[in-house]
Write a protein that binds this ligand. Structure first.
Ligand SMILES: Nc1ncnc2c1ncn2[C@@H]1O[C@H](COP(=O)(O)OP(=O)(O)OP(=O)(O)O)[C@@H](O)[C@H]1O
Length: 442
C-alpha cells in the first residue's frame, strides 16, 4: 500500500516529530475492498489517533487515494511484525528482568545540543541541565517547566532524560504524557491491579511527566499522582514535569498538589525572540539537510512568532515543496509557498487588539492610552503598545502613529527605541514585554 507512506510524509511535515513517532508511525495500513484499514497496536493509540488525527488522515487519503474512507482497528498486518511501541497502556514501565538494562522510552532525538538557547529559554535550559547533572537534588526537584504550547518544554525534558542516560546508562528514566498516566491508572483500577501500577514507579530513577494540566478535574488521577510523586520525591528520584501555564493558574488542580509542585524549581519558558527564532529555523534546516538561505530564515522568524512548532511546520512545508518541485528555497519561493500560512499569522494580531491587550494589562482604558496626557503611568504603557505594534504587525511607523490618535512617526520611533533600551536594564519592563508578547501570540 503506497498511499499510506505518502500520507505519513505529509503528516510528518504537519505535526511534531514526537507525536508522529508516538501515534502515527506505529500504524500499519492495508486496503480492504475500497477502504483503507489502519491497524493500531493498542486501544490507546487507536483512540488518540481517532481523536487527534483521523480527520486529517481522511483528507489526505481522499487526496492521494481518491477515497478518504478509513477504518481504524486494533491489530497488525498478517505476518508483519508490529513496530515496537514507546509505551504500553497498563504497564507504563517496559517489562524486563531485573538484570536487564532499562530500555527506557525517551526520544533520543531531543538533546541539549540541538536545543537553541535564547533569552526566553535560557533559565529553563539551565535548570534542565542541572537536573540532568544532579538528578534528585532538592534544589531542582521537582523541576517544573511551564509555558504555552510548542516552546520546547518537552524537548528540554527529553534532553535532560537523555543526558542522564548518557552520563549513567543504567539510569532508569521514564517519560509519560499525563494522558498515559491517566489511562494506565484507569486500566489498573478496572483490573484491580493498582498495587502493580504503583510498584512500577519504584523501579524508575527519574520520572518525566508531560502536560500535567491534563490532570485538572480528574480527582482520582491527581490523588494517585500525588502519592506517586511523594514516593519518588522521598526517595530522591528526580521528577520533571511540564505544564502549559503556572500550575497555580490551572483550575481544577488540587491545592495540595499545586503546592507540592512548587517545592522544587519552577521555570517559565517564554516565546523566543526574533534572533532565537531565526537560529532555530536554521538549526532545524541543517538537521534535515535542507538548504535555507538566511534571508528566508529571517522571513519565517519575522512572520511566525507564537510558537516553535509553527516555525518547524513552515520549514517542513518549504522543504517538502522544494523537494517536490525541484526548486531552490529562495525568498520568492518562500513567500509564494507560505502565503496562506503567513497571512493567517498576520491576521491574528492588529493594532486595536494590541491596544486593548496593553490597556487591560496595565489596568487602563484605551482612551487613556490614546490620550495626550504624558504622565509616566500612561506614557510607558503607550510606548509599550507602539513598540509591540511595530514588532507584531506590518504597519509602517506613520500608520502606527495614526492609530495612536494621529501621533507623528518620530514619536513611534522614539517609543520603539526607548522600550528596546529600557529592556536591557529594567527587568520588570522586560517581563511586561514578554508577558504581553505571549498574550498577543496565543
Ligand atoms: N529552542 C529550541 N531549539 C530547538 N528546537 C526547539 C526549541 N524550542 C522548541 N523547539 C522545537 O519545537 C517543537 C515543539 O517543542 P516541544 O514539543 O518541546 O514543545 P512543548 O513546549 O512541549 O509544547 P506542548 O506544550 O504543546 O507539548 C519540537 O520539535 C522542538 O524540538
Amino acid at each position: 500500500m503506497d498511499v499510506w507512506p505518502r500520507c505519513l510524509e505529509r503528516l510528518e511535515a504537519e505535526f511534531p516529530l514526537e507525536d508522529v513517532h508516538t501515534w502515527l508511525k506505529p500504524l500499519q495500513a492495508a486496503r480492504r475492498e475500497d477502504i483503507t484499514v489502519l491497524y493500531a497496536p493498542n486501544a490507546f493509540v487507536r483512540d488518540e489517533v481517532r481523536a487527534r488525527y483521523l480527520a486529517r488522515i481522511r483528507e489526505l487519503l481522499a487526496h492521494f487515494a481518491g477515497n478518504g474512507e478509513v477504518s481504524l482497528e486494533i491489530g497488525s498486518l498478517p505476518r508483519a511484525a508490529p513496530e515496537a511501541m514507546a509505551e504500553t497502556p497498563i504497564s507504563v514501565v517496559p517489562p524486563q528482568a531485573p538484570s536487564e538494562p532499562f530500555a527506557g522510552n525517551l526520544d533520543s532525538h531531543y538533546t541539549f545540543e540541538n536545543f537553541v538557547e535564547g533569552r526566553s529559554n535560557q533559565l529553563g535550559r539551565a535548570a534542565a541541565l542541572q537536573a540532568a547533572q544532579k538528578p534528585g537534588d532538592r534544589s531542582h526537584n521537582p523541576l517544573l517547566l511551564y509555558g504555552s504550547t510548542g516552546l520546547g518544554k518537552t524537548h528540554l525534558m527529553f534532553a535532560a532524560g537523555n543526558a542522564m542516560r548518557a552520563a549513567n546508562p543504567s539510569m532508569r528514566v521514564l517519560y509519560l504524557r499525563s494522558e498515559q498516566f491517566f489511562s494506565a491508572m484507569m486500566k489498573a483500577l478496572q483490573e484491580k491491579a493498582m498495587e502493580g501500577f504503583k510498584r512500577q514507579f519504584q523501579r524508575v530513577d527519574a520520572l518525566l511527566i508531560d502536560d500535567i494540566q491534563f490532570f485538572a478535574g480528574k480527582d482520582r488521577t491527581q490523588e494517585e499522582f500525588f502519592h506517586t510523586f511523594n514516593a519518588l520525591f522521598d526517595s530522591r528520584q528526580q521528577i520533571i514535569m511540564t505544564c502549559d501555564r503556572f500550575p497555580r493558574e490551572v483550575e481544577g488542580l488540587e491545592p495540595r498538589l499545586k503546592s507540592r509542585l512548587a517545592w522544587g524549581l519552577s521555570v517559565a519558558i517564554d516565546p523566543p525572540d526574533f534572533e532565537t527564532r531565526a537560529q532555530i529555523v536554521l538549526s532545524k534546516a541543517r538537521e534535515r539537510g535542507a538548504q535555507i538561505p538566511e534571508d528566508v530564515a529571517f522571513l519565517i522568524a519575522k512572520k511566525m512568532r507564537s510558537n516553535v512548532r509553527d516555525l518547524e511546520g513552515a520549514l517542513n512545508t518549504l522543504a517538502a515543496r522544494a523537494n517536490f518541485t525541484g526548486r531552490a528555497i529562495t525568498q520568492e519561493f518562500a513567500q509564494e509557498t507560505l502565503r496562506d500560512l503567513l497571512r493567517a499569522q498576520m491576521h491574528s494580531v492588529g493594532i486595536p487588539n494590541i491596544q486593548k491587550t496593553v490597556a487591560d494589562y496595565y489596568g487602563l482604558q484605551i482612551k487613556d492610552l490614546l490620550s495626550k496626557r504624558r504622565t509616566r503611568s500612561l506614557a510607558r504603557p503607550r510606548q509599550m503598545a507602539m513598540a509591540l505594534a511595530k514588532e507584531l504587525t506590518e504597519h509602517s511607523l506613520p500608520e502606527i502613529g495614526d492609530a495612536f490618535a494621529g501621533r507623528d512617526h518620530t514619536t513611534v520611533l522614539h517609543a520603539c527605541r526607548q522600550i528596546r533600551t529600557l529592556m536591557e536594564t529594567d527587568g520588570k519592563l522586560r517581563e511586561d514585554w514578554d508577558k504581553l508578547l505571549r498574550k498577543l501570540s496565543e
